[in-house]
Design a protein around this ligand. Sequence first.
Ligand SMILES: *Cc1c(COP(=O)(O)O)cnc(C)c1O
Length: 460
Amino acid sequence: MTLRNIPSVESLLQAAEEPIRACGRPLVTQALRESLEEIRADVRAGGAVPSNQQILSLALSRLAGWTRPSLEPVINATGVIIHTNLGRAPLSNAAIAAMTAVSAGYSTLEFDLQTGKRGSRLVHAESLLQQLTGAEAAVVVNNNAAAVLLALSALAKGKRAIIARSQMVEIGGSFRVPDVMKQSGAKLVEIGSTNKVHLSDYEEALSASVSIRESVKESAFRAVVIRAHRSNFRIVGFTEEPSLKEICGLAHAHNAIVIDDLGSGTFFNVEKYGLAHEPTIQESLDAGADVVTFSGDKLLGGPQAGIIIGRKDLLDKIKKHPLARAVRADKTCLAGISATLLHYLKDEAEAEIPIWRMISQTPESLKARAEHWQRETGQGEVVPAESTVGGGSLPGENLPTCVLSLDVPKPNQFLKKLRGQSPAIIARTEDDRVLFDPRTVLPEEEGIFLATLKGLLDSG
Ligand SMILES: *Cc1c(COP(=O)(O)O)cnc(C)c1O
């Protein structure tokens, strides 16, 4: 029996000063115990007793599994700019600094420096949004799904909420516009067909006779029209939809309001980058939408947030609704969104916000970067390919790019190896080749990206 040759936990702990400093004695003890348990079973089955060094490294890899965070940075070489699975928009330096500043210590989150009394967290991004859009009022919440749910709950509960069947979209992560509408307590009124909705469909729904109960309510408006942006698909062919302006005109004439869920929303016209038109926030307001909702971390390029802007009387209702508290934004979000909005106000968004830098990279500079990668790694070829914006904006729209294309024996296995690096590199395959798109690799990541890739390629 060699079981007695197995060292004790105590004796092993003496050689583990370093890990104890890093992780604490209880966790190291537990890792050693479990490793020894395994070794004992192995020895009983006829195995040899490993050296103390081997036992220690077994315990250390167990320890690493426990303490390694599951949420960690990765390098996005996929070319999908707003990659929802990879955390959407990388933040500007100013946004990061603002978020760090308010999270490291105390802040004026709900404190008025003038009066020394309690303030409101709702003021922080509001004036920036008013300046940028001309909207009467604004509120920032946890995300756009929450923005839509809150706006509908506060404004459409018990009322008819009219939506075109062609806009009853599912965004992903089981967020379906019609389900959210029902959840809010609105009475869903579907109009039109999957591919077409006419102004007369809106007219019919808006002038439908209302029950006596509904008509005696003293509320200022009788119904809500929802327009939801088709963020992640396109309808092509035999299609029709009235303009938002026409819908708003009709709704207002029938004493109804319009909520426009833009999904991504953008302050810029993206056509100058060769992309299809993405409705801008300004256009929705100009068309007469009473309330507009959009995300903070899609084309806005900020942290996760949902933004609601529009008429003051309606925003007042929204801010007072009990759900507003449940979905409110935290201080880091408010700081990050404000810093991001300020870039737009100062007309420096294209230079400062990473997603706009990525979108506006020229084909020549992308080619130059891909060629630099090829020279550095000494492998692959530089070929034209396409990047996408992603993140529920501009479905089916691509941006021309140049990628480093590697011909490796087993592309999927290679992708897995890339994911196993530290930091993990996320790439994509096309026609059995592994592609690396410079568009989404941040300039400050390029050094570690190339070193990691070279290391992996050199190791064979
Ligand atoms: C993305 C999207 C949402 C949800 O926004 P989140 O910020 O992800 O919660 C809602 N509506 C539309 C149309 C969207 O595109």
